[in-house]
Design a protein around this ligand. Structure first.
Ligand code: ARG
Length: 279
């Protein structure tokens, strides 16, 4: 099967102040050393890859004292030029929201507001064709799902996460194109698993090892799928299905429980051509 890439528009935040200073997920161990310059080099590689693939990449300026800000996916959900900005669960990350609100307002988005309910942006919301898949269980709460449905005017399908290692939906499921996904079944409740089987009978499912390598934290443009290089099983399954997997080494960012997708917020249409900042 022939896969077609479409040009994407991403927002990223350089890990200038990256560190693991606290622990809000099981991957984070503040006692382990981190190397910010390695994180920056790995992140630069990812940004350059997107540019080489023909995508547009915007940058939002990092702030000191916000070591998790590199995980841009959590800042908002953007569909059709409308941006619903995150309300973080943990106080450590709460100040990030103001930076996103400002960025979207300054860049001509027509409908921008912060979510009322706890909502960690594209960490827990993944656009899959006509619907938004929405995670809950660890961060985003279920009231937020209804709020998002109302804000975007599109169906939101709630999925319950049950394994603390896969605390955001984007650590357990990746959207490959409008009707194809890959996911780790054991990260979901029994009901959510049945729902996923019903919606996506042809989905790629991940092994324990591939999930633990953070292989589901992937970004697809419909053809190229960027994912952690250690997820070798997923890489071959993707190839068999006609995708072009590209292995990434973001080992430094994994110390904070994040990888490719966490670093990438997709901006979907509706943006007026304003000044380009932070290049
Ligand atoms: N340390 C961050 C946190 O726990 C990692 C966020 C990863 N982002 C994601 N989209 N899964 O909030």
């Amino acid at each position: 099967m022939r896969r077609t890439a479409t040009r994407r528009h991403y927002l990223m935040v350089r890990p200038t102040y990256f560190d693991v200073e606290y622990s809000i997920n099981p991957w984070m161990d503040p006692k382990k050393p981190t190397f910010t310059e390695v994180a920056v080099a790995q992140w630069e590689w990812l940004r350059n890859l997107y540019l080489e693939l023909g995508h547009r990449v915007e940058q939002l300026q990092p702030r000191s004292g916000l070591p998790d800000m590199v995980f841009a996916a959590n800042g908002a959900t953007v569909v059709n030029g409308q941006a619903l900005v995150a309300r973080f669960r943990h106080t450590h990350r709460c100040p990030e929201s103001a930076a996103y609100l400002r960025w979207f307002r300054e860049h001509g988005y027509r409908n921008v507001r912060q979510a009322r309910w706890i909502n960690e942006g594209e960490g827990d919301y993944l656009l899959a064709g006509p619907r938004l898949l929405a995670g809950s269980g660890f961060r985003t709460n279920t009231e937020a799902h209804l709020e998002s449905q109302e804000f975007f005017g599109m169906p939101v399908v709630g999925l319950t996460l049950v394994d603390p290692r896969y605390y955001h939906l984007d650590t357990a499921l990746a959207v490959l194109d409008h009707d194809t996904v890959m996911y780790y079944p054991k990260a979901f409740s029994a009901g959510s698993r049945r729902l996923l089987e019903e919606l996506y009978p042809d989905a790629i499912t991940a092994s324990d090892d591939d999930a633990a390598a953070f292989g589901l934290n992937a970004v697809s443009d419909g053809r190229h799928v960027v994912l952690p290089q250690a997820a070798t099983g997923l890489i071959s399954q993707l190839r068999e299905r006609g995708f072009e997997p590209i292995g990434a080494d973001l080992s430094e960012l994994l110390k904070a429980g994040g990888s490719v997708k966490c670093c990438t917020l997709e901006l979907r249409a509706g943006q007026t051509e304003g000044p380009r900042r932070g290049r």
